[in-house]
Design a binder for this molecule. Sequence first.
Ligand code: GLV
Length: 309
Amino acid sequence: MSLLLLAPHHNNLMAWKEALLEEDPNLDIEIWPNIEDRERVQFILSWNQPKQTLNRFPNLKVISSLGAGVDHILRDEVLPENVTVCRIVSPSLVRQMQEYILMTVLNYQRNMYAYYQQRTERKWSEHPNKKPDEIPIGVMGLGTLGKPVAEILAQNGYQVNGWSHTRRTIEGVDTFASDELDQFLESTRVLVCLLPLTSDTEEILNLALFRKLRRPAYLINAARGEHLVDEDLIYAMDTGWIEGACLDVFSEEPLPDRHPFWNRQDIMITPHSASFTLPREVAGQVIENYKRALSGMEVKNKIDRDKGY
Ligand code: GLV
């Protein structure tokens, strides 16, 4: 039986192999595309797998994402019906995402983006600090990442709203259910997207939605590029609905040179680096799931394939 690492564009695959072998030196690990025996592959660890690969393993039981998101697996046209899909859940993924969102909110609140720009122009000009209660924050998606992000923002004194498919109860956070999206947006100025990417959430960050936010708004997207309609963000910024954005994810990554986002000082761009999975930290949970899969037990952090998360 073997475990296949299927992530040809991943820059750190050897670290994964080493971390897994450190946990269990007897593991039989294959790395795509050098596979000795396709029939022995029962578990795949995948990140942006190439097309037409997932159906090549007749004894495959489980596909685990190398990260938190599983959209790349679920929208694969050749994902076999009977295969279980799961993902990584780890404290450091959560912690890094909390840091990223809190840092971005603070930078926005304290005008740091404007000051970085002024620094390049040797310009000395003050901006009033925004008060926390002037910038109510709305977190879309209250799952493994969104809930702790909403919590840390609330603990830092912000007024926080949370929106999710079914209403959640979170201390210090005003929560809204899916049919209360308008009320959620009307009480939000800084919008944070941490939604899973599904057919319901694709292109949810569009002009109609931006127009319902308190103005001027600020957008943070650390979920998936496909949540955002890029042209709508530019239009909303040019017309003053949104005064700035911080984007970590893009529908094409790396963000192409010619993309208009690069030309805008009011859009902060990070290279899908908000939160990295650390192989050493999660090797244990991957191996536990591998062994569960081999012995026919239910894996942990399993995805509901119909819901998409
Ligand atoms: C990163 O985007 C992840 O899904 O872990």
